[in-house]
Write a protein that binds this ligand. Structure first.
Ligand SMILES: Cc1cc2nc3c(=O)[nH]c(=O)nc-3n(C[C@H](O)[C@H](O)[C@H](O)COP(=O)(O)O)c2cc1C
Ligand SMILES: Nc1ncnc2c1ncn2[C@@H]1O[C@H](COP(=O)(O)OP(=O)(O)O)[C@@H](O)[C@H]1O
Length: 302
């Protein structure tokens, strides 16, 4: 892999690409302006995430690789490398990683990290060690301080916890955009149309963090258009569903979108999913839910 010289490499896992991660890329863009025109900003993460390989514990993620890539493009970063993480990479010392990957493979002239970034075997390399290596090899090191919101450090862990509790607006504040789930529209049991509320089902992703079962005010993007919508996350107990689904009724919409890639943006939690005594009650409740969403308005960058 031979890339252009003088690149600015931003290191991290970037799960969620939250406001803290966005800040790293903003710093990188400022650095890029100071360098030769061909200098490129490169986001560098490991995949699979080191914790999956080392702790053998594939914890759920806020963003899939595709979602991360899309969000990076949205903030003007077109080069994102997922470096394969395995037991050989895990054994590299911080200096071996610095020299072999950052200098020789990526031609880094500047490296941007958060102040709590650790690297190399057993995570022995920290930010101050990165600065020492920078001096030794004549590479600029930019260390970005944690960003806080109301005195709380913005972190992927914190955001995962908020989403797991259905605190979508709080998660949005830390992310800088509403939590999103992207996937293919797949077939369900074709009951939705029969009760007057067709719902587009997003394919399951085992590795995504899901909000708790319940009904949410959402927006839905498909074929590059954005719609107001309402989404049920759950098992459809009224109709004796088994699998957990994410299904969205899109307002003022009547198209066949099976097979399309779509995104649901979660704005607010409305109520828990319930088991109703029959379809009539379910229909009545969904009509009430939809009326509630119609009078809400959300403005946020997506
Ligand atoms: C806004 C909304 C709220 C819903 N709330 C519930 C609920 O509380 N309990 C439930 O069992 N199903 C609920 N559902 C799911 C319906 O049971 C489901 O959409 C219907 O069975 C159609 O499923 P299908 O997509 O497999 O055809 C809700 C669906 C929507 C769109
Ligand atoms: N307003 C709408 N909201 C959601 N899906 C719609 C809408 N209008 C048409 N559709 C289409 O109908 C499908 C959902 O119908 P539904 O009867 O719930 O079947 P399924 O159980 O396969 O999801 C969607 O996947 C989409 O292709």
């Amino acid at each position: 892999m031979q890339l252009k010289k003088s690149n600015i490499v931003v290191l991290g896992n970037f799960d969620g690409l939250h406001r803290g991660h966005q800040q790293l890329f903003e710093c990188a863009k400022v650095e890029a302006k100071k360098q030769t025109p061909e200098a490129e900003v490169i986001g560098l993460s490991f995949f699979p995430p080191p914790s999956w390989v080392l702790a053998q514990n594939p914890k759920q993620l806020l963003t899939s690789s595709e979602e991360k890539r899309d969000r990076l493009i949205q903030i003007g970063i077109n080069k994102f490398i997922e470096y394969p993480f395995n037991n050989i990479v895990a054994k590299m010392s911080p200096e071996e990683f610095f020299r072999g990957v950052l200098l020789e493979q990526l031609n880094a002239k500047t490296i941007v990290i958060g102040n709590n970034y650790y690297f190399g075997k057993n995570k022995v390399g920290n930010a101050s060690y990165m600065e020492q290596l920078g001096k030794k090899y004549n590479v600029n090191i930019c260390i970005v301080k944690d960003i806080k919101d109301n005195n709380t450090i913005i972190s992927s862990t914190q955001i995962r916890a908020l989403i797991a509790q259905g605190k979508m607006l709080e998660a949005q504040t830390l992310l800088g955009y509403p939590y999103m789930i992207t996937g293919e529209i797949v077939h369900g049991r074709a009951l939705g149309k029969t009760i007057g509320f067709p719902t587009a089902n997003i394919s399951a992703n085992l590795y995504k963090v899901y909000p708790p079962n319940g009904v949410y005010a959402t927006k839905f993007k498909v074929k590059n258009k954005l719609y107001t919508s309402i989404t049920n996350v759950g098992n459809n107990p009224t109709v004796k569903g088994v699998e957990k689904t994410v299904e969205t009724n899109i307002f003022n919409f009547n198209e066949n979108i099976y097979g399309e890639i779509a995104t649901v943006y979660f704005f607010d939690y409305l109520r828990p999913e319930k088991r109703f005594d029959g379809l009539d009650e379910l229909i009545k409740q969904i009509s009430i839910d939809k009326e509630k969403v119609k009078i809400l308005s959300y403005s946020s960058p997506l």
